[in-house]
Design a protein around this ligand. Structure first.
Ligand code: ZN
Length: 262
């Protein structure tokens, strides 16, 4: 079972606004709207995908989560995601609604775009609930350096969450790029830490075949479609050519994600 664990979709107006903003970096292939994004998952050779909308500011998560439960779940091969922002009003209620009532199966937190820290204490009800329910939280950590994740942000903002929630299914987006080595070091210490190897625009994640082997089952493939200039099949080909064992490759391309959302 192949799963792309990092695909983005949003309600239409938001999708078009995100696309407009990202297109300033260069052209992006394909449509950002849900229907073509859903079709593309299959065209790219995947059986399923985690659909990760995100909140760039407070006040948008509620309607995005309702949309996700209504629209994304209409595609049986898509795993519908929720999102949150620590400044959201009635945060606990919002978490309860998305994860318990709507049953959304994965969460995306975008610390960089939303301008907050993973260690923000107001996120505590989210970590608690997700840990209890076994819902993975894909977290783009780091909010200082234009999309990058700094080592001290990992140590001071992600590590406290990992320590406080030993059963949490924490997935560090982009493997902490450009500080992937630091993130992999933390994987040695914290069994509850996973990473996705989603590229950052055109920059591939610096992960070695050794690391893919060593952490098989905790490293997830993600394409960032439809917001990545590099076609998903090319990304898959890069990993397939790294010479890792069939087991590690299978875990990377779907096994690890399947274990987190089944
Ligand atoms: Zn992304």
């Amino acid at each position: 079972m192949r799963i792309d664990a990092h695909v983005h979709a949003f309600p239409e107006r938001l999708a078009l606004r995100v696309r407009e903003a990202l297109s300033r970096n260069g052209p992006l292939p394909g449509s950002p709207l849900l229907e073509p994004v859903a079709a593309r998952v299959r065209d790219d050779g995947f059986d399923a995908a985690w659909i990760l909308p995100y909140a760039h500011k407070p006040g948008v998560a509620e309607s995005v989560n309702e949309w996700s439960a209504e629209e994304v779940t209409a595609y049986p091969w898509l795993i519908a995601g929720a999102t949150f922002h620590p400044d959201d009003a009635e945060f606990e209620r919002l978490v309860e609604r998305a994860l318990v009532e709507l049953g959304l199966r994965v969460v995306k937190l975008h610390c960089s775009v939303g301008g907050f820290a993973a260690s923000d204490p107001r996120l505590e009800p989210l970590w608690d609930t997700a840990e209890r329910l076994g819902v993975p939280i894909v977290t783009h950590a780091g909010h200082r350096s234009g999309g990058g994740t700094e080592p001290d942000e990992l140590d001071q903002e992600v590590v406290p969450v990992l320590k406080a929630h030993p059963d949490l299914r924490f997935v560090l987006a982009h493997a902490g790029h450009p500080n992937t080595g630091h993130a992999l070091g933390l994987m040695e210490r914290f069994d509850n830490l996973r990473v996705d190897v989603t590229p950052v625009w055109t920059a591939p994640i610096a992960v070695t075949a050794d690391a893919l082997e060593r952490f098989a089952g905790r490293v997830l493939f993600g394409s960032d479609a439809p917001n990545c200039p590099q076609p998903t099949p090319e990304q898959v080909a890069r990993f397939s050519a790294m010479g890792v064992s069939p087991f590690a490759l299978e875990q990377l391309l779907g096994g690890a994600a399947a274990a987190l959302t089944s």
